[in-house]
Design a protein around this ligand. Sequence first.
Ligand SMILES: C[S@@+](CC[C@H](N)C(=O)[O-])C[C@H]1O[C@@H](n2cnc3c(N)ncnc32)[C@H](O)[C@@H]1O
Length: 333
Amino acid sequence: MRPGGGPVVEDFGHAPVLVREVVDLFAPVPAGVIVDATVGGAGHAAALLDARSDISLLGVDRDPIAVEAARARLARFGVRAHVARGVFGELEEVVREALRRFPDDKGDDIVGILFDLGVSSPQLDRPERGFSYRFDAPLDMRMDSGQDLTAAEVVNTYDEKRLSQLIRSYGEERFARSIARRIVEARPLSTTRELVDVIRSAVPARFRRKGNPARLTFQALRMEVNRELPNLASGLDDSVRLVAPGGRVVAIAYHSLEDRMVKERFLDITEVDQLPVVLPGEGPEPEFDRVTRRAVKAQADEIDSNPRSRSARLRAVERRRKMVRGSTVQRAG
Ligand SMILES: C[S@@+](CC[C@H](N)C(=O)[O-])C[C@H]1O[C@@H](n2cnc3c(N)ncnc32)[C@H](O)[C@@H]1O
């Protein structure tokens, strides 16, 4: 166990963040199925299954290497754990299909959905996957090796304006325009090293000392290749439809745009003033309550042992149980 409270996934090489917080947040949900929409090396998934004998878990990941690692890690839970390959942008479909194939003897109520966004450590650390500016590799960056769009295609085919916009918005990179211009001048580009050199040449010398100047552009390309924000938008919409009364949706974001999307979506479904105005006491009530007022962040000891956790922002909502004359009852479906 590590100070953050959870076990380190030795073979997969990814230390999950905020494990204790995730386990505590799912402690009050009714018995049923928890969907881990980003199962990765199954660190969170294993901790949840260990903590609650009355839940089963469906893990989803788009990366075939993660799916294999998660299956191996969760094998000891037998029929309580299933792992499916899929994209959480199509979560409703993926979950319905998986539950059809693996009906659950505890019922099919989805009582929890977890998103732990971004990339896993092995995705970043395996040079051949092309995610990292630290290694020389083909410009790939696909989490799902079966998809067509690669980073090479983005840098070699997008026009300068589109490249500049995506580097600015997803990377929040102040030199987006000159980086995009240099990329267009230098193409075709086929390796991460070539791209790093081009980016370096586009960033003024006095700004190159602050870490690697390619970091933000690589982040932007990765988000584009994997359609991270559009997937998150539809994944959150699907979660809101899927989760049963008393169930919770928990999201951990590592990027300000993702965190903003989670925050706004959770506000939409929990704030009364987002709903149509009617007479007091007669209006529609929000179907969800916020469980976290502010984003939960990692404590100093976790940040020391796992620096990835520094940028983590966790938010959670709970679907209300239907109120009948002042009492709380479980509603079917
Ligand atoms: C930060 S890691 C999750 C780590 C995991 N919580 C654990 O305990 O090991 C994020 C995972 O989400 C997956 N992922 C990212 N976007 C996805 C998407 N749209 N659909 C499915 N999986 C996705 C990645 O492949 C990666 O394995």
